[in-house]
Design a binder for this molecule. Structure first.
Ligand SMILES: Cc1cc2nc3c(=O)[nH]c(=O)nc-3n(C[C@H](O)[C@H](O)[C@H](O)COP(=O)(O)OP(=O)(O)OC[C@H]3O[C@@H](n4cnc5c(N)ncnc54)[C@H](O)[C@@H]3O)c2cc1C
Length: 600
């Protein structure tokens, strides 16, 4: 079954018509990627992802993986999918040329990632060697860049990010794994890590684990953590594989979704030493690991949006074919012809809900990906990095929650058929649930958004973004004036929501429990801000679509009409909730925190 349905047209629209990447594609430092090259890359990855990379989607899910003598064998079909990605050198797309990559703009790298991660999410997670190489190259010594970073890329090794421990999940700083100094940058690591993606498998000749551990004497919390390169196999001076290192998979999780991706417990230094090499300086680990985490959070946002997109397109195809019941306007006439279910008002509502939100989530991560390009183009302007920081919790937290919620609507369109394995939606739902959990749960994203990205920044980046939105509210077209007005009103409400949380935080300096009032409303702030940003992006897109519509021909007529419809529908569906959330935050008295635990 080829389950994967792509939306190449909307991706092209975002890049070339909305973000207008042509203004900087083909110029330094992205000389190698002009609009034509980028278009070719997109079309090729779209084909490859559907025809080759997606082919193990079902088998990866239905084959129960086993841990035998510390090893996990992947199905041949999964290996074939990975071969298609690596043999095409697609893992090199976003890697800097000095590491042997192609140096594509971030926006293009993420646009192609939508296809891979939508086609086969669990399997795509294996292809993270390039990211870890980039981090080693940035943070490690010159020698580590010339060895570990290059080996990862040139030998196509696997890689992992190793933070979580049984008692250190959201609270990463509670980790107890320790690092004992041997000499130079060499350490021996001891401890047990949990839930490590790609922790063991037989596809890669070697796996490079990037591990957080506390050097003896390191202070408690995240500040005492350092990052270590811990290879599965040690490497000889000539680059050949040496002895097995003392890091072993000691347990394999059996999961609800992304079942083709191995999730392992890793035990370090039990029977033999586990050698690790310090990356950069001591106690720099959490900052360094955030380079990995931020990329992974972006990937999860793209993954969840991509899954909703294919869920929607599968539901749309089914709704056009499945004939059931007469048209509602003829329901009293027993002889009336039966119609395709897309003609029923409630099915239409469900389809537009999925369409508007999946385009909205894509617009959000595409805009965020654009900030990566701008950071490269304007290294002296701190705004783009700060804007990326502000948007990331929305991309990760809001997208993952909304996509999971709306995939249930994709399934609903299928009726009973959606509940069977004959259609991919049940697997989409299982594969997507993880997105609200790993790389920081949604609660952690909400806290990050308010405390780090807004309060600590004194609201500066948010204000600059709000100014841009306001500029649109006051300057957009008459055709969308009702929607613009709704956006302006929601923005005012949002400012009150932020203001009231800031008030609770300030009050907590005198009375610590006041902070509960903020903590009860950070997730709703995440929702409101995400929906305002998405509404703005969709409306800006609708303006472009509306302007092009009179001249449009062929399939573009439907496409542009649909873009305007998505924006209108999104505004109507999402923005009224902003005022409700603000009112709830304003009237908060934190009674929930005083309720005895026994009352739950
Ligand atoms: C399939 C899979 C793959 C993974 N891959 C990796 C990996 O490659 N590397 C790695 O290091 N880790 C990985 N993880 C671990 C993952 O990042 C953690 O599961 C996640 O951070 C949550 O930690 P936890 O499971 O301990 O939940 P907990 O931290 O125990 O959280 C439980 C609940 O409490 C809430 N909560 C906790 N603290 C707070 C707080 N301060 N305020 C509000 N709410 C709070 C959470 O939001 C959640 O709802 C993976 C996990 C899974 C399931």
């Amino acid at each position: 079954m080829n389950h994967y349905k792509t939306n190449l047209r909307d991706i092209e629209f975002n890049l070339f018509e909305f973000l207008k990447v042509g203004d900087w594609y083909g110029t330094a430092p992205f000389d190698a990627f002009d609009e034509d090259t980028a278009g070719d890359a997109l079309r090729e990855v779209e084909r490859l992802s559907r025809e080759e990379f997606a082919t193990s989607f079902v088998e990866a899910d239905r084959t129960e993986l086993e841990l035998v003598d510390g090893k996990i064998a992947l199905p041949d079909s999964v290996k074939a999918s990975l071969d298609s990605l690596y043999d095409g050198d697609w893992h090199l797309l976003g890697i800097d040329p000095d590491l042997g990559g192609f140096g594509a703009p971030g926006s293009l790298r993420w646009a192609t990632s939508e296809f891979f991660v939508g086609a086969n999410p669990g399997v795509f997670l294996y292809a993270s060697g390039g990211l870890m190489a980039k981090v080693i190259a940035t943070e490690g010594t010159k020698e580590q860049k010339e060895t570990w970073a290059r080996w990862l890329i040139e030998n196509r090794w696997g890689a992992t990010m190793v933070l979580t421990e049984p008692d250190a999940g959201s609270d990463v700083g509670a980790g107890t794994s320790k690092a004992i100094h041997v000499e130079g940058d060499t350490y021996h690591l001891e401890g047990v890590k949990r839930f490590i993606t790609s922790g063991e498998n037989d596809y890669f000749d070697n796996i490079v684990h990037l591990v957080l551990a506390r050097r003896e004497g390191g202070e408690p919390g995240t500040k005492g953590l350092s990052m270590f390169i811990v290879p599965k196999y040690l490497v000889n001076e000539d680059g050949s594989l040496g002895e097995r290192n003392g890091i072993y998979a000691t347990s394999l999780e059996h999961k609800m979704g992304i079942r083709g991706s191995t999730t392992t417990e890793l035990t370090m230094g039990t029977d033999e030493p586990c050698v690790g090499y310090l990356v950069g300086g001591v106690h720099e680990g959490i900052r360094q690991m955030f380079l990995v985490i931020e990329d992974a959070r972006m990937m999860i946002g793209v993954k969840s949006a991509a899954t909703l997109s294919t869920g929607y397109l599968n539901a749309l195809a089914y709704a056009g074919e499945r004939v059931q019941s007469p048209d509602m306007a003829q329901m009293a006439d027993k002889t009336a012809p039966k119609v395709a279910i897309i003609r029923h008002p409630d099915v239409r509502r469900m389809l537009m809900l999925q369409k508007a939100y999946s385009e909205g989530l894509r617009a959000l991560w595409m805009y965020t990906a654009m900030t990566l390009d701008k950071m490269h183009l304007n290294p002296d302007d701190a705004y783009w990095a700060k804007l990326n920081d502000l948007l990331l919790p929305m991309v990760k937290g809001y997208s993952s929650e909304k996509a999971y919620e709306l995939l249930a609507t994709s399934l609903q369109v299928f009726g009973g058929a959606g509940f069977t394995v004959d259609y991919p939606i049940e697997q989409y739902i299982r594969d997507a649930k993880i997105d609200t959990l790993y790389e920081g749960t949604t609660a952690i994203q909400g806290l990050d958004l308010f405390f780090r990205k807004i309060a600590r920044d004194k609201g500066q980046t948010l204000m600059k973004l709000a100014e841009q939105i306001l500029e649109y509210v006051t300057g957009g077209s008459d055709e969308l004036s009702v929607e613009r007005h709704a956006l302006g009103a929601a923005l005012e409400q949002l400012q009150s929501h932020v203001g009231v949380l800031v008030g609770y935080s300030m009050a907590s300096m005198q009375e610590p429990k006041e902070i509960y009032k903020a903590g009860l409303h950070t997730n709703t702030l995440l929702e409101s801000l995400s929906e305002i940003v998405i509404a703005w992006l969709l409306l800006e897109q609708a303006e472009i679509a509306a302007a092009k519509l009179p001249e449009a021909t062929g399939s573009d007529t439907g496409f542009y009409t649909g873009k305007v419809a998505s924006a209108r529908f999104f505004v109507k569906d999402a923005l009224p909730k902003v005022a409700i959330r603000t009112a709830a935050a304003q009237s908060e008295d934190a009674w929930l925190m005083d309720l005895p635990d026994e009352a739950f």
